[in-house]
Ligand binder design. Sequence first.
Ligand SMILES: CC(=O)SCCNC(=O)CCNC(=O)[C@H](O)C(C)(C)COP(=O)(O)OP(=O)(O)OC[C@H]1O[C@@H](n2cnc3c(N)ncnc32)[C@H](O)[C@@H]1OP(=O)(O)O
Length: 411
Amino acid sequence: MALETRVLQADEWDVWYDHLELAFGGVPESSEERDLYKSLTEHERSLAVWDGDTCVGSAGAFSFRLSVPGGALVPAAGVTMVGVAPTHRRRGVLTSLMRRQMDDFRAGGEPLAVLTASEPAIYGRFGYGTGTYSLAVDIDTTRVRLSVPPGTDELRLRLVDPEKALPECERVYAELVSRRPGMTARQPLWERLALLDPPSMRAGGSPLKCVVAEREDGAVVGYARYRVKADWDLTGSEGKVLVNDLDALDPAAEAALWRYLFEIDLTWSVRATKRPVDDPVLHLVSDVRRARPMTRDSLHVRLVDLPAALEARTYGAPLDVVVEVEDTFCPWNEGRWRLSADAKGEARCVRTADPADLELSVRELGSAYLGGITLTSLAAAGRVRELRAGALTEASRAFAGDVAPWLPHGF
Ligand SMILES: CC(=O)SCCNC(=O)CCNC(=O)[C@H](O)C(C)(C)COP(=O)(O)OP(=O)(O)OC[C@H]1O[C@@H](n2cnc3c(N)ncnc32)[C@H](O)[C@@H]1OP(=O)(O)O
């Protein structure tokens, strides 16, 4: 029987999501998580592949607005819920879903698509490049000390109900979005993701707790949400602090929150897994080795409409280069483009017949797009080729950002 791909109807959601859970191994999510994802699903942007009345394939998209270098919020399709039934794998179902999505994103005028991958090897063939990394730390707080900047002691820390403090925490989050590429402006209900707290998500720890840092005038300037995992043996307690998220508006608030987490009694370590790679905590600790830093790929970026995407961000230095782009999956992006940016960083990207200065594929542009991965490092791996001397350094400097791009949450 031929497979049929259709837009998801609201009353098909449960069957569709059951299929997705099966594709991921069949462990059911908590009802709390499931209900939230049901509310977040954009049905008209969700695709289901049917073999008769059995759902065998799925892919969805969220309508994100992604922060890019320069602070603009750019429409980006957040690709999600991709799964193919174990009975139907390796016969092109994913490829057909990616094809349909890419054509839809283009028709809808979204210059970018982004995703977090279950396995990083899947999406390169569709033109996605790793655009951000995230940092995990597991800090031995019995040995590592923190040095804190002036102003830290002036802040008041208050333990609050995570639900009640949500509006204040969200105000802090909203202020950070335009400062850091890779973050998404909150859409309705997305703030609930950080409050999910079913026992299955606690990793043996306590229910979620929230501490806020306040200035003298009562303004909240940072927060941390975390769990404490008790662990006792014959020598006493070896508890762990498991950080869910920590966001702060200034160095004093950042340091005050980390210090609070470090000093929780009966704990020996602080673990945080979803941090930016330039997290200030790396510079606050006395012994970075004992913070056990580790990085992994996070957000994968795909330029759907190349000139619109490249013009939507700003550049850190004036630029005038011709790039020869290979993009077999989206041939409308293929060919030679002149990218020029003025002293303010504002850019124009137009087709040209002039000789190329750099040669690369759309994947490398996706990797460099948010400013965290340099074109120079990609060239060192042979993935960008310089055809005019000096063009690589010029372009690499212009694309690179001061702040590491970061997506604080999965989706
Ligand atoms: C954004 C997200 O939602 S990430 C979640 C992705 N989903 C999962 O990981 C759930 C478990 N896995 C699955 O459901 C499936 O195996 C999928 C979705 C990863 C792949 O679906 P399929 O329909 O089998 O893929 P399809 O047949 O279209 O394969 C296309 C190509 O990708 C390759 N490929 C497929 N899966 C993988 C993988 N896990 N790792 C590396 N390559 C892969 C195939 O070999 C094929 O290569 P080719 O073009 O050189 O022949």
